[in-house]
Design a protein around this ligand. Structure first.
Ligand SMILES: Cc1cc2nc3c(=O)[nH]c(=O)nc-3n(C[C@H](O)[C@H](O)[C@H](O)COP(=O)(O)OP(=O)(O)OC[C@H]3O[C@@H](n4cnc5c(N)ncnc54)[C@H](O)[C@@H]3O)c2cc1C
Length: 407
């Protein structure tokens, strides 16, 4: 698809935005407030929804262009970078890929105007074991009625568009698998669906300006036209929707890499600025070798993420390949934690205080081996792909597979 901007133009736009965001980042963190001002600037610059196809008002930009933007923004403001990811990958990608024409026409303008959609999968008793979710969507007459509880929902309370995953029950209570439901909530404009409640907010280590909320659904009615019905039906719904999530994983890995790249820049500056023993820190070989390792980690992460962003899964998928996305996110998130930690170390006590952004970056980057699929779960997926086997994690999973193979 023809693009409005080249990759270099996107990079330049992102660098300009990042320069504006840098001096504000500490304030969002300290006050634990959502960065509405940055959102307005991102929307104005055409970054919110840049991957939405042109016929729906977006720029039709590629995931590769999106990761170039995300890296630049993440160097100065992790919070804003997360908003860019969720406004271009994950939930909105799923709607644009699987939605009806009306759903796309409904969702796209919300995101283009500045909404960061929320994707609602995790529950108190269903984290890594997401398919054990107990939120139900029961067919009742000609609507679905949702009941359940989600937690750690990024943007809960500020997001307007919600993609809620629920176990679909037919009218007889028969399990139909997992499906996705679009719910619009915008109290500022009088859209307050009955049975949809933000029940609380987590107090987090990092990314403090982003609400992580608990959402409760009590007889929440979803009309048929807001069911994000995957093309192959509910039984494959979860697989299709998780396929869309591969794009979000590439985005999340890129935030981690971008934070690490930002920390590396700060480290390079400080090694030349700071003198001890009558010499700049830059002259100490122990620190030079640390710096070289940090650079290699960032570079390797970037290569993997760009490869994943450009990849497509099998069977005509428009989303990144599952193996490349999982490998890149697991590697980039673990590497970034180490890189930022080493950068902070180079700053000594100054890195531990808040005159430099390192302590905030250190707290922010810690999240990325957890949210959006933990490093362990992603590595299990990679191993399964390498070995060409399914990797069920339940106690009787392999026995069930063997029994099925013997049928
Ligand atoms: C900041 C943040 C934002 C989030 N945003 C969202 C969101 O917007 N929407 C949403 O739906 N969810 C969100 N989540 C939830 C996130 O997806 C889950 O935290 C994640 O899937 C892990 O689930 P859990 O926290 O329950 O950990 P658990 O599943 O309880 O795992 C605990 C530990 O055990 C390990 N573990 C579990 N099972 C295995 C296994 N089989 N093999 C090896 N190790 C294993 C895990 O890797 C982890 O280290 C967010 C989380 C965070 C921290």
């Amino acid at each position: 698809m023809e693009q409005i901007h080249s990759t270099d133009t996107y990079r330049a736009i992102a660098q300009e935005l990042a320069a504006n965001f840098a001096p504000r980042a500490a304030e969002w963190d300290k006050s634990r407030t959502y960065c509405w001002q940055n959102v307005a600037e991102l929307a104005e610059a055409g970054i919110m929804g840049m991957t939405i196809p042109k016929e729906y008002g977006g720029k039709g930009a590629s995931y590769h262009d999106a990761v170039v933007v995300i890296e630049e923004i993440a160097k100065s403001c992790t919070l804003s970078a997360r908003i860019v990811v969720e406004a271009n990958m994950g939930g909105i990608s799923a709607v644009m890929a699987y939605g009806t024409e009306a759903q796309k026409r409904f969702a796209a303008p919300l995101v283009l105007a500045g909404d960061k959609p929320a994707i609602c999968i995790t529950e108190p008793e269903a984290g890594s074991a997401a398919t054990e979710m107990t939120t139900t969507a029961r067919r009742t007459g000609d609507v679905y009625v949702l009941n359940g509880r989600k937690h750690w929902i990024t943007g809960g309370g500020v997001s307007r568009l919600h993609l809620i995953f629920a176990r679909v029950l037919d009218e007889d209570g028969e399990d139909q698998g997992i499906g996705g439901y679009i719910v619009h909530c915008d109290p500022d404009n009088g859209v307050e669906p009955e049975g949809f409640r933000v029940a609380g907010r987590e107090h987090t280590l990092g990314l403090c300006g982003m609400p992580e909320a608990e959402l409760v659904f009590e007889d929440l009615v979803v009309e048929d036209d807001m069911v994000l019905l995957p093309p192959s039906g509910f039984r494959r719904g979860f697989a299709d929707l998780m396929n869309a999530y591969n794009s979000q994983r590439v985005g999340a890995g890129t935030i981690a890499m971008g934070v690490a790249a930002g920390a590396l820049e700060h480290a390079k500056r400080y090694l030349k600025e700071r003198h001890q023993f009558g010499r700049p820190l830059a002259e100490f070989q122990g620190l030079q070798w640390m710096l070289a390792d940090m650079d290699a980690g960032v570079h390797a992460s970037r290569l993997m993420l760009h490869e994943a962003a450009r990849s497509r899964g099998p069977d005509g998928s428009i989303f990144p390949d599952i193996m490349m996305a999982a490998r890149a996110k697991a590697f980039a998130s673990e590497t970034a934690i180490k890189v930022v930690n080493d950068a902070l170390q180079m700053f000594g006590a100054r890195g531990y205080g808040d005159k430099e952004p390192l302590e905030r970056m250190y707290r922010d980057v810690r999240m990325f081996t957890i949210g959006g699929g933990t490093a362990q779960i992603l590595k299990t997926q990679v191993a399964g792909q390498l070995l060409g086997i399914k990797t069920p994690q339940t106690r009787d999973g392999y026995a069930k597979l063997a029994a099925r193979a013997g049928e």
